[in-house]
Design a protein. Structure first.
Ligand code: PMP
Length: 296
């Protein structure tokens, strides 16, 4: 059951800078650098049946994201993996969403914070489906985002950095105001990029097409789903996709650690069906994360 309380008022334990602290005591000061200047990177991962799916890939990406933002985490990938397992266990969770987050704290204020040591926290909670299952079953309705994914020379696009989510939150908010579920974002060139928190895939004539992740996250779920499709002998083409082409695709789905495999029914003026290949891959992903298919 999903907890309806606010996120600062729950029971349980949060790992903070090396030790487990009571949930309500995992606090930061208002003069935290990250709050003012977005010096924060994070992960989103899920545990299924007590096992965190592709945990080391997530911990490695957290390290990489921090490095891209110019800071080095004082905990190794193995230590972060162990801390994640510890959080899951301390909270008695089996199926959960987990949020490791690293940031610059209140040791230094002003744009530069090079002297400030980074902090790390890991929280976990029960979180059902990211999108309403009834809406997802029919296929989500996506807005087309006003803002575009920035160019690699404009922002650190390969870091899962909190700052990059500013335009995602705005896009999602704009979509919800229109009664839509999420938004499809184009990139600075006008090519199709991704949704606000998930990668995008398209199906045409039994072939899968997905944008090359050169200015957005090459998601861990994205790579997993590509492998699952290839294992079924389905061709997957990674390439530039222009909006003009969206008309010709039959199916569309999103992938992400939170979103898993989610069907899309419409994106702006373009409509899609929830087809057999999308359903098959959603089922394969569900089997894989739940240990019913061999994990690599
Ligand atoms: N793009 C964005 C903007 C995201 O927030 C996410 C979720 N982390 C993804 C793509 C998918 O990444 P992953 O499959 O690694 O969760």
């Amino acid at each position: 059951m999903t907890d309806k309380r606010t996120f600062d008022d729950r029971d349980g334990w949060i790992w903070l800078d090396g030790k487990l602290v009571p949930w309500r005591e995992a606090e930061v000061h208002v003069l935290t650098h990250a709050l003012h200047y977005a010096s924060s990177v994070f992960e989103g991962q899920r545990a299924y049946g007590g096992k965190i799916f592709r945990l080391t890939d997530h911990s490695k990406r957290l390290h990489k994201s921090a490095n891209i933002l110019g800071f080095e985490l004082p905990w190794s990938v193995a230590e972060i993996d162990a801390a994640c397992e510890q959080v899951l266990e301390a909270n008695g969770l089996v199926d959960a969403y987990m949020r490791p987050v690293a940031w610059r704290g209140s040791e230094q204020m002003g744009v530069t914070a090079s002297a400030a040591p980074p902090h790390l926290a890991i929280a976990a909670w029960e979180w059902g489906k990211y999108f309403d299952p009834a809406l997802a079953a029919k296929g989500l309705k996506l807005d087309i985002a006003h803002y575009r994914r920035p160019a690699p020379y404009t922002a650190p696009v390969h870091s899962k950095a909190a700052g990059l989510y500013m335009i995602c939150t705005l896009a999602r908010q704009q979509a919800e105001l229109k009664g839509l579920d999420d938004a499809l974002m184009f990139d600075w060139r006008g090519q199709v990029a991704e949704a606000t928190g998930a990668n995008a895939f398209f199906v045409r004539d039994g072939v899968i097409h997905t944008p090359t992740p050169d200015c957005f996250l090459d998601g861990i779920t994205r790579r997993t789903v590509i492998e699952l499709a290839q294992k079924r002998g389905v061709e997957v083409v990674e390439r530039a996709i222009w909006p003009e082409e969206l008309e010709s695709f039959e199916q569309m789905f999103l992938t992400g650690s939170a979103a898993e495999v989610t069907f899309v029914g419409a994106a702006g003026p373009w409509n899609f069906e929830v087809g057999a290949l999308s359903r098959q891959l959603a089922e394969d992903y569900d089997d894989l994360v739940n240990g019913r298919l061999p994990n690599r």
